[in-house]
Design a protein around this ligand. Structure first.
Ligand code: NAD
Length: 299
């Protein structure tokens, strides 16, 4: 892997984090977005990341400023990718937007440039054709708050070149991630393939009145040694997100349990302002939730 110049396309929540983390680890980073207004917002977002790097990682003032100094910003795609070794795409999760972007990018970027998508729910094979270079395209998926939650799931599609795949695995390590290679396409990658069924199962147990929130979480924590149960995790995810997913699943499948789950999340939590950890209350009350009390696991 001899990447030096990295372009991050899309500078929203994840794009700005990916760009700053990559610059923090010494790469030259160009941030691309659709217009200068979006880039101004990105500069603000990125500036707000600096104190987190100082508080959470012990980075010095000089280090956080030097990282910012390795970044440049452009709303001109051909300029933004002119010397890119790798483009990481973090634009909206909308098939038509991504398709148009890759068709443009494929024509604009130099032949050497590798493309990686940070898409959470779309598979790289959906866009491989549009890129015009399927062998140099794959998924590189990060988690929110990348500097702390430092997973990078690297996922091939059937046409990805194995050397490209290995290089991106090395790149992920070079920017401080724990690299998690997936050799086949898998909706939800590894993490959500494990997590979503767990969270769904927990909510089904609750809606069927099999057991209460604390008993369900306690079972998981005592039996597996995990520090949180599924409802504590849902509080981190946010009740709004859980509600949107539940409602979408109910609509897509006609599954009545999902509808009941969505209704419960709306009436008992969202309508009462209990949106999860971020608002101080969800299934639990923060900052001292009962599941974190020393005697919670005893009885
Ligand atoms: P976001 O809405 O915060 O940001 C999207 C950015 O893309 C905006 O700055 C927007 O101006 C820009 N944009 C729109 N059209 C564009 C185009 N044609 N070219 C370049 N830029 C364009 O979105 P986000 O939450 O950062 O998500 C981006 C991607 O990352 C999605 O694919 C999502 O699935 C994935 N992702 C998000 C998270 C998360 O927690 N938010 C986590 C992992 C992966």
């Amino acid at each position: 892997m001899n990447y030096k110049n990295i372009t991050v396309a899309g500078s929203g929540v994840l794009g700005s984090q990916i760009a700053y983390q990559t610059a923090f680890k010494g790469f030259q980073v160009t941030v691309y977005d659709i217009n200068d207004e979006a880039l101004e917002r990105a500069k603000e977002r990125i500036s707000q990341l600096k104190p987190h790097y100082q508080a959470d990682l012990g980075a010095t003032q000089e280090e956080v400023e030097a990282a910012y100094g390795r970044m440049s910003f452009s709303s001109d795609l051909s300029q933004a990718v002119a010397d890119a070794d790798l483009v990481i795409e973090a634009i909206p999760e909308v098939v038509s937007i991504k398709n148009d972007f890759y068709a443009n990018l494929g024509k604009t970027a130099p032949e050497k440039t590798i493309f990686a998508t940070n898409s959470s729910t779309l598979l790289p094979s959906q866009f491989a054709e549009a890129t015009g270079r399927p062998e140099k395209f794959l998924a590189l998926h990060f988690a929110n708050e990348i500097w702390k939650n430092n997973t990078a799931e690297i996922m091939k599609h059937p046409g990805t070149d194995m050397g490209v795949f290995q290089d991106v695995v090395e790149f992920a390590k070079a920017i401080g991630m724990v690299a998690l290679p997936l050799h086949k396409e898998q909706p939800g990658y590894i993490l959500n393939s494990l997590l979503v069924p767990l969270l769904d199962a927990a909510q089904r147990l609750l809606i069927k009145e099999v057991a209460d929130v604390e008993t369900i979480d306690k079972t998981w924590m005592v039996a597996t040694g995990a520090p949180m149960g599924p409802f504590a995790i849902l509080d981190v995810v946010g009740i709004n997100t859980a509600y949107n997913i539940g409602r979408a699943k109910a609509e897509a499948t006609g599954d009545e349990e999902f509808q009941k789950i969505a209704d419960l999340l709306k009436s008992e939590y969202i309508d009462k302002g209990k949106l999860g950890r971020a608002t101080g209350e969800g299934f639990y009350k923060y900052p001292n939730p009962s599941f974190a009390q020393p005697d919670f696991l005893k009885n």
